[in-house]
Design a protein around this ligand. Structure first.
Ligand SMILES: O=C[C@H](O)COP(=O)(O)O
Length: 249
């Protein structure tokens, strides 16, 4: 059975071969983590990282995939290729992809279907901009993104949803705990309405400036099952402290 808690690291466009030393440090410090741990390195490091983690429970994932299984799409990577390189998961619909590559909910939906077809778990990201929050549109935005990005028939084993307020990513700012709770409770009830019992078990991650210093209080919020961590996942000491906070939550 999939563990309920998940600490996921998104290295974004960071990391060279030498960065794999951080993975060695992490596996040394956490030979048997009590929660699921996932690291999503850049595609260039994926297979090397997967090889490095072959005898360790830490999972690896991609940061994006193309909706098609193969074909004339220069520079793109399919979900099957990620799986072939050793990935277990793929992050989809991250706000940086939505902003930098004009990804719509429909595109994220198609990519999520591709991930499922390739046997990957999908970590689908949603989140409001600061202007949308200020306008009181947060839950409406999250509801629309969930409705448009998720295909039918999702199961708890194949879907993780990450709530990442765009304004909290890499800024050192986070929503209040009450604001996180409001969105996570809303996502839980939305997923239950749509997917029934499966929606109760789907993991809901919070992402956006999660650090060793704030992880424990965030993990105590209702319906927060872990975190999607950017900057603080690059260093084994920081990510390790976040894993420890989740283990103890
Ligand atoms: O995918 C991770 C998020 O975008 C959070 O990034 P951050 O922890 O650097 O704020």
């Amino acid at each position: 059975m999939t563990p309920r808690k998940l600490a996921a690291g998104n290295w974004k466009m960071n990391g060279l071969g030498e960065s794999l030393a951080e993975i060695d440090a992490l596996t040394l410090a956490y030979p048997a983590p009590a929660c699921e741990v996932l690291i999503c390195p850049p595609a260039t490091l994926l297979s090397r990282m997967a090889d490095r983690l072959a005898d360790h429970p830490i999972a690896v994932g991609g940061q994006d995939c193309h909706p098609a299984a193969s074909g004339a799409h220069t520079g793109d990577i399919s979900a099957a290729m990620l799986q072939d390189a050793g990935a277990d998961y793929v992050i989809l619909g991250h706000s940086e992809r939505r902003a930098d590559h004009a990804e719509t909910d429909a595109i994220v939906h198609a990519k999520t279907e591709a991930a499922l077809a390739a046997g990957l778990g999908a970590v689908v990201c949603v989140g409001e901009t600061e202007a949308q929050r200020d306008a009181g549109q947060t839950l409406e935005v999250i509801g629309t993104q969930l409705a448009g990005s998720l295909p039918e028939g999702m199961r708890a084993e194949t879907l993780v949803v990450a709530y990442e307020p765009v304004w909290a990513i890499g800024t050192g700012r986070t929503p209040s705990l009450a604001e996180i709770a409001e969105v996570h409770d809303f996502m839980r009830s939305t997923l239950i309405s749509r997917f029934g019992k499966a929606g109760e078990a789907m993991r809901l991650l919070y992402g956006g400036s999660v650090k060793p210093g704030n992880a424990a209080e965030i993990f105590a919020v209702s319906n927060v099952d872990g975190a999607l961590v950017g900057g603080a996942s690059l260093k084994a000491t920081d990510f390790g402290a976040i894993i420890a906070a989740l283990e103890n939550a």
